[in-house]
Design a protein around this ligand. Sequence first.
Ligand code: NAD
Length: 496
Amino acid sequence: MALLDEPIKGTPTIKNYINGEWVDSKGELFDVVNPVKNETIARVAMSTGEEFDAAVKAAHEAYPDWRRTPAVSRARYLHRFRELLEENFEELSRVQTQEHGKSIDESRGETRRGIENVEVACGIPTMMMGDTSEDIASGIDEYLIRVPLGVFGIIGPFNFPFMIPLWSAPYAVATGNTVVIKPSEQCPISQTKLGELVDEAGFPPGVWNIVHGEKKVVNAMLDNPGIVGITFVGSTPTARDVIYPRCGASGKRVIAQAGASNMIVIMPDANVKATVPALMTSFFGNAGQRCLAGQNLIVVGEANGFYDDFMEAVTTAARQIVVGNGLDESVQMGPVKDQQKKQRILGYIESGLREGATIKLDGRKANIVGEYPDACFLGPTILENVNPNMKIVNEEIFGPTMGVMRAKNLDEAIAICNKNPYHNADSIFTSSGKYARQFQYEINCGNIGINIGIAAPMAFYPFSGMSGSFYGILHTQGKEAVRFFTESKVCIHRWL
Ligand code: NAD
C-alpha cells in the first residue's frame, strides 16, 4: 500500500486573502482535521466582522476599474488562471483528499469539474452578449446590454471544497463583478491553494478575496449593504432559515442550493450489469457526502426473483468497495469528514433499524485498509424493508448508506419520490423509453438521471434543484450564473 505524498505539511495557519495580500486574522483558531488519522493538519481563523468588511472595502475599490476592463481582457486573466490550475492539478487534488478524506480519484474528478467552470467562464465575451432590435419604430432601435452589479459574496460547503466556489466565482468576476469568498471552515485549504493561483494569474488586487470563518463571517456578509448578492451552497436549514430569508429582507439577490435525500428507481427491465456499478458510485462515492448521492433505492415489481437477484448483485459489489486512506490509489472510498458526522450517520442507521428496517450489509463492521484507530470510517451500509415514512428517507443522511424500498409499479415509485421534499437528483434505470419518458415528465426534481446514477450537470448547464433542495430563481454554473451576476439594461435609441 504505497501512499501518495501529503501536500499539507507543518500545521500551517491559513490566512485571509484581502486586496491581493495574504493577511493573518485576529480571530479564534479552529482545527482543520484530517479524518483518516484524526489529526490536525492546519488551523484556520474565525475571522471577525471587521476583517470581512475590509475585504468588502477592497472589493468595492477594485470594482470600478475591473468593471471597465473589457470582457475580452477579463477573459484573459481567466485563461491564465485555467493554465495554472492545470499545471497544479495533482497538488490541488491531493489537498482535497488530505483535508476532506475523499479518494484521490474522486478529488481528481472534483478538480476537473472545477476547471471546467473556469473554461466555460472564459467564453464571457459571447456569453455576456445582449440583444438588438432594429426599427422598433421608425428610426428607433432598441438594445439590451448585460452589466455587472458590484460585490458578491460566495459561501461554500465542506463536501466539495475546491469545486463548489468555482460554480460561482469565475462567472462573477468574468462578468465584471468582484467577490469575497467564505469557504467552509472544515475544509478551507483547497480555496487557499486556489487563491494562490488567483494571485499568480495576476488578477488586480481586490477582485478576488477570501475570508475564512463560519457564522460570524456569514452574518457580516448578510448584514453588509455593500454586498449585492450571495451564492450559497450548503445544508437546507442554513439555506432555508438563514440565507434565503435574510437576503430577501435586505434585498440581496440570492442563489441558495441546499440538501438532498435522492431516490433511484430500478425497473425490472434494467440492465443489471450496467446498473450495479453505477449504483456503487452513486450511493457510496465521496462516502455518500454528495448532494447528488443516491440515498434511497426503489426496486419496482412484485416478483421476488428479480428483487432477490438484483439485491444480491448490489450487496456483493458494495462489499467489495475498498475503504481506506484516500491517498492510497487502490482505495475507492475514504472516511466521512469527522467524528460528529460519523456519529450522526450511525444515529440514522439505528433509527432505521428501530423503525423496522433490516440490515443487509453492515458498514459499521467494514474492513478498512491500513491501521487508523481513531478514524472516521464507515463502510457501505444497506438497509432493506425501508418504507417512505421513515426518518432515513425523509431526512438527509449524507453518508454511505442505501435504504431499499419496493414499489408495485412506476406510478407508485414516482409518488414516493415526489412526496420527498429533498430530492435534488433522482434517477431511473430501465431499458424502456416509455418508462424513462414518464419518469422525466412526472418527477419533480431538478437533476434527472436516466441510466445514470449521479446526474451532475456539466459546467455549461445550470446546477439545478427544486423545492427543499433549492431557494432562488437562477442556478449556479453556465448561462444562468451569467444571468445571476448581471443586470439587463434596455436602451431605446432614436438616431438623430
Ligand atoms: P452547512 O450549511 O453546515 O455549511 C455551509 C456554509 O454555511 C459553511 O460555509 C458554513 O460555515 C456556513 N454556515 C453553517 N451554518 C451556518 C449558520 N447557522 N449561519 C450562517 N452560516 C452558516 O453545510 P455543510 O455541512 O458544509 O455542507 C453539506 C450540505 O451542503 C449538505 O446538506 C449537502 O446536501 C449540501 N450541498 C448542496 C449542494 C447543491 O447544489 N444543492 C451541493 C453540495 C452540497
